[in-house]
Design a protein around this ligand. Structure first.
Ligand code: NOJ
Ligand code: CA
Length: 681
């Protein structure tokens, strides 16, 4: 690791530094290393503001910074500049797993400290970091006599957008709080109400700006509310889920907020891999991450979602010892690293949602499921048993059992859990995105790390890069996943082409691809699926999703019977889940994306291309492949007559020799895709 840090502390008012900002009066400037992005910061009539521009074009107009407190005066006016600090960093660090192996942290920083000129004379600082791929900033509230225990009523940060950009959003303001499991819409910023992040904003004529946050550990997650007063005012402000009394965040100084991030790219293709947020998280707290293994997994799961099996006890109970062993055998035979078992534990009978999982035990199994025997069986076959912990938002019940449960799992050699938070709020009324739940999610990650357990959380709070600090936080949901195709209205073909440029920028997604029985047929004698239940992709697109929607844990999501005699399953066996390099070849939000990734530790590349409901032909150069060698491209393409509605399973599997100088024509059916494995000839 090579760090190059230059620090200079200026006690004198920074306004007196002509070199930082010639001719701009009372503002300070911070330039990204490539000189293209400029952050301007200044105090104007007692108000601290920042602005962001790229190549001289304004992206964020002067925007206010500060807080409103409960029980204390707001801290956003009557301010004066106290001092500034600058730093420059250029270092490269390595991820134990990820979308890319090596991450360069190349930025310049400016920390601005301000204080009230009169009264309580409270003080705070804002640190800005300018990278080539965007800007991050966060508040620091130092320890001080007049600001000790505090209750944030509102964070008054503004994002005054310079353009009525086209926003790709999911709502955050429904009467029933949701868990990010919504379909995306797009509209001008001035039409927004309150939305989730990552929020992708297409400015007219480019660039694309993505607003999100990093290092969320003890704060409420940031939704964004449009607060503009007219169509020329495109101001967004953080909207934070409150505690029961309306307070958003409680804390004690010294305190630092999460980073607010403004990712900037000229084109959609440059948004991924997104490492801005990772660079703003602290380094790993797990000294030896060697035990943390990315993997593919199968599981007793889809069968419940399509009505073949049940979570509760009964004649169709899914999680039996026998079935679990069959899934372990299938995983072992096909090189999948893990098997998930849901519905194994006491508590599913009756209204588990309505009672907030009151009866859930995380240690006691149903009588027809022998946890010890299954764990031993899996261990002997080199398969990780993934133990499911559905909480139904009964957090107190879960936290009470956490240590005991993890101790048990560890004693059985279990190193992975999938957690779940189905319900609109906790029993006490806390939202998934409030400070209470943010603290809970952290507690689970840290406790799991102590027991050598990895976490894949469903209905989580959004990813803000915690995997850098806690690489046992492998993956999460936080999106409308494949499960919606089994009921709940399904996902339209464009859905995944939006996820790639929005949700995926936060971090890995446990979307659970790999449904082969796309029409969701039923063996006779089992209940019929609701009429609308079907998967709205072709089979080739299901394969392509393994490459496009990256995650260090990827499920072969269908019931294992659906894979019998299927040549296309070969791709699921072959595809990697840990990447050395990622290159987006072509893409447009909501239309299509093609991405190539090099497998970590293997001389192989994989390509995934997906389209929305329109058929498309993409010409992609293979110049990502190392030159001067011959490669075999194993292609899984939509057959000429494939269509996501009428003929979704028509797939053409072929092999051909290629070189880095070739171009490939990828013909994608409506709702289709293509998956390719490249291996040396
Ligand atoms: C919702 C999760 O997303 C899904 O994967 C799980 O099977 C159910 N909850 C039951 O916990
Ligand atoms: Ca879910």
């Amino acid at each position: 690791m090579r760090a190059l840090a230059l620090l200079c502390c200026l006690a004198a008012p920074a306004l007196a530094q002509p070199a930082t900002d010639p001719g701009a009066g009372g503002t300070l400037s911070l330039l990204s290393p490539d000189g293209r992005t400029t952050v301007r910061v200044g105090v104007d009539r007692g108000v601290l503001r920042y602005a962001v521009s790229r190549d001289g074009r304004a992206l964020v107009l002067p925007s206010r910074l500060g807080f409103a407190f409960r029980g204390a005066a707001p801290l956003d006016s009557g301010l004066r500049l106290v001092d500034t600090t600058r730093a420059a960093v250029d270092t490269t660090w390595t991820q134990p797993w990820g979308e890319v192996a090596r991450v360069r942290d190349h930025h310049r920083a400016l920390r601005v400290r301000v204080a009230e000129s009169a009264g309580a004379r409270r003080t705070f600082a804002v640190e800005f970091r300018a990278f080539d791929d965007g800007v991050g900033f966060r508040y620091e509230l130092p320890a001080q006599p007049n600001l000790r225990d505090f209750a944030i009523q509102d964070e008054r940060t503004e994002f005054a957008l310079a353009d009525d950009a086209r926003a790709w959003w999911i709502p955050a303001n429904r009467p029933v709080p949701d868990r990010y499991e919504m379909l995306y819409a797009s509209s001008p910023v001035s039409m927004l109400d309150t939305v989730r992040t990552p929020l992708a904003l297409e400015f007219q004529g480019g660039p694309i700006v993505v607003l999100h946050e990093a290092d969320l550990s003890d704060y409420a997650a940031m939704d964004l509310a449009y607060v503009g007063r007219n169509v020329t005012d495109r101001t967004l402000r953080p909207a934070l889920a409150p505690w029961a009394d309306g307070v958003k965040v409680r804390g004690r100084t010294p305190f630092a907020t999460p980073w607010r991030t403004i990712q900037i790219a000229d084109r959609a293709e440059q948004l991924a891999p997104s490492v801005l947020g990772l660079n703003l998280n602290p380094p790993s707290r797990i000294a030896d991450a060697g035990w943390i293994r990315p993997m593919k997994y199968d599981g007793i799961w889809w069968g419940m979602h399509v009505g073949l099996h049940t979570w509760p006890q009964g004649p169709r109970h899914g999680a039996t010892t026998e079935r679990a062993k069959q899934y372990v055998d299938f995983a072992a035979a096909n090189g999948l690293g893990g098997t998930l078992v849901e519905g194994w534990n006491v508590g599913w009978d009756g209204d588990w949602i309505g009672t907030y999982g009151r009866d859930f035990s995380f240690t006691r199994a149903y009588p027809d499921y022998d946890l010890r025997a299954v764990a031993a069986y899996a261990r002997e076959r080199g398969v990780s048993l993934i133990v499911h912990n559905e909480t139904a938002m009964g957090i107190a019940n879960y936290e009470r059992q956490l240590e005991e449960a993890f101790r048990l799992y560890r004693s059985l050699g279990v190193t992975a859990i999938k957690s779940g938070y189905v319900n609109d709020r906790t029993r006490e009324g806390h939202a998934h995105t409030g400070q209470y739940m943010v603290r809970h999610f952290r507690r689970v990650i840290e406790t799991a790390a102590r027991y050598g357990i990895t976490v894949n959380a469903h209905e989580p709070v959004m990813d803000t890069g915690e995997r850098r600090t806690w690489p046992n936080m492998l993956s999460r949901e936080g999106a409308r996943g494949q499960e919606y195709n089994a009921g709940g209205g399904g996902n339209p073909p464009e859905h995944e082409t939006i996820l790639f440029f929005t949700r995926l920028l936060a971090g890995p997604l446990d979307y659970t691809p790999g449904i082969f029985d796309l029409a969701i047929r039923r063996p006779t004698g089992t209940p019929r699926a609701p009429h609308e239940s079907r998967v709205r992709t072709t089979l080739a697109k299901q394969l392509a999703l393994y490459v496009v929607l990256w995650s260090p844990v990827q499920m072969a999501a269908d019931v294992i019977e659906s894979y019998e005699g299927e040549p296309a399953f070969r791709f699921v066996r072959d595809v990697a889940v840990d990447w050395d390099t990622t290159r987006v070849l072509s893409g447009r939000i909501g239309d299509h994306v093609a991405v190539a990734r090099r497998a970590k530790g293997r001389d192989e590349w994989f390509l995934g291309a997906i389209t929305d409901e329109e058929g498309r032909t993409l010409e992609v150069p293979l110049d990502f492949l190392p030159a001067g060698r011959r490669w075999v491209a194993e292609t899984y393409a939509d057959a000429p007559d494939a269509h996501f509605l009428t003929n979704p399973r028509a797939i053409a599997i072929a092999s051909r020799a290629v070189a880095s100088t070739d171009r490939l024509r990828l013909v994608l059916a409506p709702g289709g895709g293509q998956a390719i494995r490249f291996r040396p000839e």
